[in-house]
Design a protein around this ligand. Structure first.
Ligand code: 6PG
Length: 235
């Protein structure tokens, strides 16, 4: 049986349009969550793509930032001042402008030993999600098809359902130790926005959206299957 995924695809013509559309989509979804539920729970990815969008979004005057909580869908296990830290990326972009109360920033504490860091992050996420499911998660995708720090064919991580947060190791990047949240939690979000920029991402995008359901090869399939994903692309 061929599965046809339902998803929204917005192809942009250039970097400027990519940043403007991405910012608008996130701004609207955040305002809608705050208006409807009084609070927005926003999950963010790192990597090289989303920075300019986070910086623009942080400047929105129409969002009541005191009603927004942030968490990370994944983090590299490095100090938060490290060049590769996703917390650092968010601090230097979105949080350089948006006044979000400190208790609303739910990020892994990478000063803790890795197993304590995972347990502590899990506990804080559980209390965050006791208020409701994530409203929005922002994701990228690697050329190999990984999302967050969930890598193709990492069966144990991709099939995990009990622990919300995992420590994974990869030899694909210089920083091999990573903290990631699990697929079912990503897929529980009310909306999921994928940001893919660069010619080298078009092949994996086409492959992912047209392949038959195979979440071990294409972790994004679990999210695509919900019908709630939007893919903003630029190539
Ligand atoms: C990270 C991620 C990761 C990222 C992809 C795409 O922290 O690295 O959350 O899943 O989104 O690797 O990264 P680029 O935007 O750098 O292509």
């Amino acid at each position: 049986m061929t599965v046809t995924f339902r998803y929204q695809h917005i192809q942009t013509a250039n970097e400027e349009e990519f940043v403007a559309r991405g910012t608008k989509l996130l701004e609207r979804a955040t305002i809608e969550a705050v208006t409807k539920r009084g609070h927005c729970i926003l999950g963010l990815s790192g990597g090289s793509t989303p920075g300019p969008i986070y910086a623009q979004l942080g400047q929105s005057k129409d969002i009541d930032w005191s009603k927004v909580s942030l968490f990370l869908v994944d983090e590299r296990y490095v100090p938060k001042e490290h060049a590769e830290s996703n917390q650092r990326l968010i601090a230097e972009t979105l949080l350089a402008h948006a006044r979000i109360p400190r208790p609303n920033l739910v990020f892994p504490k990478t000063t803790l030993a890795v197993e304590n860091c995972v347990a502590d992050y899990e506990e804080r996420l559980r209390s965050l999600f006791a208020e409701g499911a994530p409203d929005i998660v922002v994701l990228g995708m690697g050329e190999d098809g990984h999302i967050a720090s969930l890598f193709p064919n990492d069966k144990a991580a991709l099939e995990e359902k009990q622990c919300m947060v995992l420590h994974v190791q990869t030899d694909r990047f210089a920083i091999c130790d990573r903290i990631t949240i699990i697929l079912p939690l990503l897929a529980s979000a009310r909306s999921m926005l994928f940001l893919l920029r660069g010619k080298n991402k078009s092949k994996i995008f086409e492959e992912t959206v047209s392949a038959k359901f195979d979440p071990l090869r294409y972790p994004a399939h679990v999210l695509l299957n919900t019908g709630r994903t939007t893919w903003l692309t630029c190539w």
